[in-house]
Design a protein around this ligand. Structure first.
Ligand code: CTP
Ligand code: CA
Length: 217
């Protein structure tokens, strides 16, 4: 199976939500899994657009990379990259962002023992792509969970109207964030189910893309 002639959009990495000019709220995504997925898609012949949050990773060969910082920027870049045959949402998108970015550095005041931040929801990029008028034929999500992995992943698969979701357990040694190894459980809305790994992220990405290209036919 090959992805020649197919256009694949991958989002990867964390997003950073600025509080002021020197601080942000971020998360522990290294971007390695998403970059491996983009690399695998390109090696299987696809035209690949990689929308990347702030990560320190080299761009895979034959991949068009668009760098973004915030969830709002990632949202705009992914929608602008449509149409595509496949969208793979591998980014750890911030769920909340500060209501406003302070124009100057936030300073402590005497007697200020707590700081309350007001955060507002970010757009759900994956859920939006899945109901978009130019919906890709396959919309694939990731779910990083610390517990009840299958239950939460299946819930997201249904709620966001995805075709596939790749779930992994995070917060345990040797898998998930920052690690080079991972294990995925892939669930389809049509009842499909497959365990991949534990294996290096590069190999998992290859297996996931093979699965995707088989489904595209
Ligand atoms: N996602 C997205 N936009 C968001 C939040 C999540 O596109 N604003 C995507 C992620 O890229 C991932 C999938 O949704 O592919 C699941 O992300 P996850 O954080 O596991 O799920 P949430 O729906 O955000 O639920 P929660 O964090 O509450 O578990
Ligand atoms: Ca989330």
């Amino acid at each position: 199976m090959s992805l020649r002639g197919r256009r694949v959009i991958v989002s990867a990495g964390p997003t950073f939500e600025d509080l002021d000019p020197v601080r942000f709220i971020g998360n522990r995504s290294s971007g390695k899994m998403g970059f491996a997925v983009a690399d695998a898609a390109a090696r299987q012949g696809a035209e690949v657009v990689l929308v990347a949050g702030p990560v320190a990773l080299p761009t895979p060969a034959n991949v068009t990379r668009i760098d973004v910082r915030s969830a709002a920027q990632m949202h705009a870049a992914v929608l602008a990259a449509l149409p595509a045959d496949v969208y793979i949402g591998a980014a750890a998108v911030a769920d909340f962002t500060p209501r406003a970015v302070a124009p100057g550095k936030i300073k402590k005041q005497a007697g200020m023992d707590t700081l309350v931040l007001e955060l507002v929801r970010t757009p759900d990029i994956l859920a939006e792509v899945a109901v978009h008028p130019r919906r890709p034929r396959l919309v694939v999500g990731f779910a990083a969970e610390t517990d009840h992995v299958e239950q939460y992943a299946r819930g997201k698969l249904e709620k966001k109207q995805l075709d596939l979701i790749a779930a992994n357990r995070v917060g345990v040694a040797g898998s998930g964030f920052e690690s080079d190894e991972n294990a995925l459980a892939v669930y389809g809305r049509d009842g499909f189910e497959r365990a991949l790994g534990p294996a290096p992220k590069i190999q998992l990405a290859d297996n996931l893309l093979e699965l995707i290209s088989t489904r595209l036919g």
